[in-house]
Design a protein around this ligand. Structure first.
Ligand code: HEM
Length: 204
């Protein structure tokens, strides 16, 4: 068995339902997705990522096991994308309802959601529908993520998980952290997506 495979596989399997739910609130792959949908997506993701990144950066345990939170920040990419679309990233509301990172394993579960999404980001980038495809390379830094380094970043993360998530209790904690991270994200995205309809559009 490859070291690190088991806890990561468990994280994937035990959050698959929530990944599916999160996808419902990301409307930028719809055939009729608009620039407004994309702006809302970037703004909502910035509001969540920046807050979660601060939480991860402040976590001593994560630092001790080699998780380089500052280097892994993706909120600057989101801010750059919004800036490229003429938006002021500083005006975006930040999420205050965050997952708890009360243990190292739990913090790694939180980080799993944020880091794993870089794998999906590249997929989304490749599949952008015609109305958004012209943004590629102009306002898609977040979706591109770590770019060609994505595999290397993911393997480094997998090694950290393998070293720190060892017992069944650790695994359960990591899954709890990951599930809460997805749930909080879904709660944050839901009223900010197209699925919420005209209200959000009128208010924005
Ligand atoms: C339309 C929206 C989305 C699509 C189409 C999508 C698609 C994907 C795909 C194709 C993968 C697998 C990539 C690979 O294994 O190389 C993936 C992985 C992942 N995505 Fe998403 N994703 C979406 C939204 C999200 C969101 C909003 C989050 C949370 C921030 C997220 C978190 C993850 C995680 C944690 C993984 C890693 C799964 C694992 O291998 O353990 N995704 N996504």
């Amino acid at each position: 068995m490859i070291a690190g495979r088991e806890p990561l596989r468990r994280l994937k399997e035990d959050t698959a339902d929530l990944h599916q739910q999160a996808e419902v609130h990301v409307r930028i792959l719809d055939a009729d997705a608009t620039l407004t949908d994309y702006r809302h997506y970037l703004a909502a993701m910035l509001g969540y990522h920046e807050s979660v990144e601060e939480l991860l950066a402040a976590h001593e345990g994560l630092r001790a096991v080699g998780f380089d939170a500052p280097r892994r920040r993706k909120s600057p990419m989101l801010a750059a994308d919004l800036g490229a679309l003429g938006e002021d990233p500083r005006a975006v509301p930040r999420c205050g309802a965050l997952p708890r990172a009360t243990s190292l394993a739990r913090a790694l579960g939180v980080a799993y959601v944020i880091e794993g999404s870089t794998l999906g980001g590249r997929y989304i980038l490749a599949k952008l529908p015609p109305p958004l495809a012209a943004l590629r390379g102009q306002a898609t830094a977040f979706l591109a993520g770590y770019g060609a380094e994505t595999g290397a970043y993911w393997r480094a993360f997998a090694a950290i998980v393998a070293s720190a998530v060892v017992t069944p209790a650790d695994e359960a904690e990591a899954v709890a952290g990951a599930r809460e991270t997805f749930e909080r994200l879904i709660g944050w995205l839901a009223p900010r997506t197209r699925a919420a309809g005209a209200l959000w559009r009128e208010a924005s």
